[in-house]
Ligand binder design. Structure first.
Ligand code: SF4
Ligand code: SF4
Length: 271
């Protein structure tokens, strides 16, 4: 194990941040417009009502009454204290954090408690190599997309591995100063939001679904299409794919391979 300090990915800069582990994407309606409204109204309510920890009960009651807390996964908590941290609404984060409250840490009232909230680092910190997370920081400046991509380890690591296999080395973040390369990669990560083969029925988040008692990893029935498991299987699952027929599977694979080949061609012109 490396002894290097962990680079914390939650609030990396002034242009975006992540709130995934506070339940940001676990609402039945976790579309951008719906989440934006939710976060906006919480922040406004918090700023108006909360002058001291004594006011938190009222804030919490009003928020729970005002919002629809129907969830995707029942076992994942959706925290009512997640809001926008800045006036430009670029950063999602904890309204109870001391930096939001003149140094007063109010996280002890939360479902997880102060210690867990302050100390939690999600698996992305350990399973996405630093060079790859630094690429995400460099190219994504959108809170909604940042959290979705950052917490999808397969989506990130498989893509960069496929490219590294083709170009013969790991990509360095500096490569993404090149706008063309950045845009090709953003096209790929943007599929986390607008993938045309996304399953409408399952309202999943990535490859997991909850069957009522435990998490299950979703699967694609390749046999039904007379196919072996796709080399892009982990990406297709991360994008919540659901195919009606082999032609759709072919089209989905082609989109991803085309993106990768486009990247490799542009990279070879770049170096
Ligand atoms: S999901 Fe990970 S990166 Fe996002 S806020 Fe939680 S610990 Fe930070
Ligand atoms: S109280 Fe904890 S779970 Fe809630 S927003 Fe803050 S850090 Fe997230």
């Amino acid at each position: 194990m490396s002894d290097s300090p962990i680079f914390v990915l939650c609030q990396p800069d002034s242009r975006k941040s992540c709130g995934a582990c506070c339940g940001l994407y676990n609402y039945a309606d976790s579309t951008r417009p719906s989440l934006t409204l939710r976060l906006q109204s919480r922040t406004k309510r918090f700023r108006e009502l909360v002058k001291s920890p004594d006011d938190l009960k009222l804030y919490s009651r009003q928020t729970l009454e005002a919002e629809d807390f129907q969830k995707r996964y029942e076992v994942i908590h959706c925290c009512e204290y997640l809001g926008f941290l800045d006036d430009q609404e670029k950063k999602v984060g904890c309204l109870l954090h001391p930096m939001q409250n003149a140094g007063v840490d109010m996280r002890d009232v939360s479902f997880y408690g102060q210690e867990l909230c302050a100390g939690h680092l999600c698996p992305s910190h350990y399973f996405i190599p630093l060079s790859q997370s630094q690429i995400l920081l460099k190219i994504i400046d959108d809170w909604f997309l940042y959290g979705l991509v950052l917490t999808d380890i397969d989506l990130v690591t498989k893509y960069f591995q496929l490219i590294a296999d083709r170009v013969g080395s790991e990509l360095k973040p500096a490569v993404f100063d090149d706008e063309a390369l950045k845009n090709i990669t953003l096209e790929y990560f943007g599929w986390k939001i607008n993938w045309p083969f996304r399953s409408r029925e399952t309202n999943r988040l990535g490859k997991y679904y909850f069957d009522g008692s435990q998490y299950m990893i979703s699967h694609i029935d390749y046999e039904r299409f007379g196919r072996d498991v796709s080399p892009l299987n982990s990406i297709l699952l991360s994008l919540c794919s659901n195919f009606q027929d082999a032609a759709q599977l072919d089209a989905a694979e082609k989109m991803i391979w085309t993106n990768i080949e486009k990247f490799v061609a542009a990279y070879q012109r770049h170096v």
